[in-house]
Design a protein around this ligand. Structure first.
Ligand code: ACM
Length: 687
């Protein structure tokens, strides 16, 4: 009984802790000019007054925007009802000939095209007696409706929209999210809910990485063995693809398909081994990494195949752009094939790069014939490729700059690899065109924007949202908002709000966390596990597969999968410690908050050990929980020393560093993200 009460108090304290921290770190008392808007609009002019929302709220649309905007406005109204609990009396959003009949008047002259560079601008004016949203196209109006919803505020008198004037348009025309459905298939529902999330933060390109060594994910009527033998049954029918494209178009989002060739292509060869550069048979790849199977670029039948293949896919996917991948062809099958070597000699093809360039040019001809423009990864940037191809830069910004200087349009993905579990901040500050960019004004226009990349080695339909969101909202802001919007604290403040609102779209990044912890505890109390996992993150970069060999059949239900990138509890603790130490350890309020956290972690292990006893899947993090507890104890010791200005000697420090260093070692492919902050406390105490 005593213990429960104690834990309850700790939990209340930890809520107070974060509210207080918000005040301390953001100066929240005065409302920031950015409100809760993400991405921040180009121009915000705050005004006096509030538009009060009640159940009589109405929307009118004038102009000839087409059905898409009516559907969008209805979706918005449903979300507004969902947030406020209002039973709106407004039955139908109707065309308005004269303008001026709705509380929210949408004025939009025409339907926009879902293509590169379309008009997405809008103006939004909120006055105390009415709201006006004006846009050149329905897509601009849809962007404005998302901003409108983000403006919803509360005070003692209820819900309102603050008086404001917003003029907005994107900085970059290509703002994308890549979802790799090749390595782990993502059912249509996953794609749809992520399209809703994308629309909420004004992203406008869904890049579907449809083919990989591990799977071929789209129905192909011309060559049915592609999806029949290359997918384990996990593929989109063409009807489903059309459904996805239509759902995306309703939200002003383009769908770019990627067929990754000539490498990353094992799954194609299960059904068509004769197109590979080495004899088969082939089976669907289960492991991760760069594999050898590669198309044979020297055979005419390869191009006959691709002609028929792209003819079909060009009809299925309406966007003008088609992605051919082109990355990480290791050339091993080419080197080992005498017929290919002979071909290269005959045609004066100097090396594998030149051979891939030959291949790309033949593919380009086919795409051009079917009305498509070619997009590919860095590797397709070869000296003799025409400048109408688009380069997607993943290996570094230098490659992007070089391509732009040579007149190629480019998309940046380097720095937006959300699969690598980097903190939001690092993606947020990664600007395709920073002030010190070496590009001239003319060359800058070649930078079309960027894409976050959700490579799927380590995500399932259950966890993918938690890797995409909320971090991708910060990337969306980088690509939409003016370059000088760079306040990291303010970004994190708004990200918190946006993340919470993304849930109403069915995204599972928050919702699945307690569910996964419940499964991990075997349906016991999740609180002790949550206390630990709140401060764990998956290991970064490409380390996970190095620590433990994974395949596409490995479970993605472990602690490392429940743990989230940029763990907020850990980040807030690190910041609190940094501020406390910067102040010279004088702030007793901060000290109290740090102490409460440390006490929680120190005591948590005993409770968690009980849980682990009945759930062996958790054994892999038992020692990490013990280490956190040990570190918390020496953190408490350090805190006391700092507060009482009593220094300690080297021997004291050395002993404690052994414990701290032990805690830094990853367990179950997770790392504890508060150990460095505790180390800072201990080192300060020792000085
Ligand atoms: C890539 O990450 N290989 C494009």
């Amino acid at each position: 009984m005593h213990k429960i009460t104690h834990r309850f108090i700790l939990r209340i304290n930890s809520i107070a802790f974060f509210i207080l921290l918000l005040f301390l770190t953001t100066g929240w008392a005065a409302e920031p000019a950015t409100l809760n808007l993400m991405p921040v609009p180009k121009k915000i002019i705050p005004a006096q007054g509030k538009f009060r929302l009640n159940e009589l709220f109405t929307i009118s649309i004038s102009g000839k925007p087409g059905q898409r905007l009516y559907k969008g406005a209805n979706r918005m109204l449903k979300r507004l009802a969902g947030r406020t609990g209002f039973f709106f009396t407004h039955g139908h959003i109707t065309p308005d000939q004269n303008t001026g009949t709705g509380d929210l008047q949408i004025v939009c002259q025409q339907k926009g095209k879902v293509d590169l560079g379309g008009d997405e601008s809008y103006q939004l004016t909120v006055l105390s007696d009415g709201i006006k949203l004006t846009a050149g196209t329905d897509i601009g109006a849809l962007r404005g409706l998302e901003t409108f919803l983000q403006l919803l505020s509360v005070d003692d008198n209820g819900y309102y929209f603050p008086a404001i004037k917003i003029e907005d348009e994107p900085r970059f025309p290509w703002r994308g999210l890549l979802i790799d459905v090749g390595r782990h298939f993502m059912p249509v529902g996953v794609i749809k809910r992520n399209l809703d999330g994308m629309a909420a933060v004004k992203l406008n390109v869904l890049h579907l990485h449809l083919t990989e060594d591990q799977g071929f994910r789209v129905e192909c009527k011309t060559f049915p063995k592609l999806h029949e033998l290359g997918s384990d049954g996990f593929y989109y029918t063409q009807a489903q693809i059309r459904e996805i494209i239509s759902y995306a178009a309703d939200r002003g989002i383009r769908v770019i398909p990627e067929f990754d060739i000539p490498g990353h292509a094992t799954s194609w060869f299960v059904g068509y081994p004769e197109l590979a550069s080495a004899p088969g048979p082939y089976s669907i790849e289960r492991g991760w990494g760069v594999k050898n199977p590669t198309f044979n670029p020297t055979l005419e039948k390869t191009y006959e195949f691709f002609d028929a293949f792209f003819k079909e896919m060009a009809q299925l996917f309406p966007d003008e752009y088609m992605h051919i991948g082109g990355d990480e062809n290791n050339g091993k099958q080419w080197d080992a094939n005498p017929q290919i070597q002979q071909f290269m000699k005959q045609h004066n093809i100097a090396d594998n790069h030149a051979l891939q360039s030959y291949f790309n040019k033949r593919i380009l001809k086919i795409l051009t014939k079917y009305g498509k423009k070619m997009v590919g990864w860095d590797e397709i940037f070869q000296p003799d490729m025409p400048v109408n191809i688009v380069i997607q830069s993943w290996r570094g910004k230098k490659a992007m700059v070089k391509a732009a200087q040579k007149g190629y349009r480019t998309i940046l993905s380097n720095g937006y690899y959300i699969d690598l579990i980097q903190p939001t901040k690092s993606h947020y500050l990664n600007d395709p065109l920073p002030p010190d960019s070496p590009l001239t004004d003319k060359e800058r226009k070649f930078i079309l924007g960027g894409e976050a990349t959700m490579w799927s080695e380590f995500v399932s339909p259950e966890t993918v949202d938690s890797r995409i969101w909320p971090r991708t909202a910060a990337i969306a802001e980088r690509l939409w908002s003016p370059g000088n919007v760079r306040d990291v604290q303010d970004m994190y403040r708004r990200l918190n709000v946006v993340s919470f609102h993304l849930e109403e779209l069915g995204l599972l990044h928050e919702k699945n966390y307690p569910m996964m912890l419940r499964r991990l505890t075997n349906n016991q109390d999740i609180e002790p596990l949550k206390n630990l996992v709140d401060v764990l993150e998956p290991v970064k970069g490409y380390k996970r597969n190095q620590l433990r060999r994974h395949t596409s059949l490995s479970p993605l239900t472990r602690v490392v999968d429940a743990a989230r990138p940029d763990a907020a509890v850990a980040r807030n603790f690190r910041q609190l410690v940094a501020e406390y130490l910067k102040d010279g350890g004088k702030n007793s309020k901060q000290e109290k908050m740090i102490r409460e956290r440390l006490v929680l972690w120190q005591e948590n292990h005993a409770d968690l050990r009980e849980i682990i006893h009945n759930s062996p899947v958790l054994q892999e993090i038992e020692s990490l929980s013990q280490d956190l507890s040990d570190c918390a104890l020496i953190g408490l010791e350090a805190l006391k020393l700092i507060a009482t200005h009593r220094g300690k000697n080297r021997a004291w420090l050395k002993e404690r560093m052994i414990i701290i260093n032990r805690a830094k070692v990853p367990r179950g492919e997770t790392e504890c993200m508060v150990i460095l902050a505790i180390e800072k406390l201990v080192k300060t105490a020792a000085n």
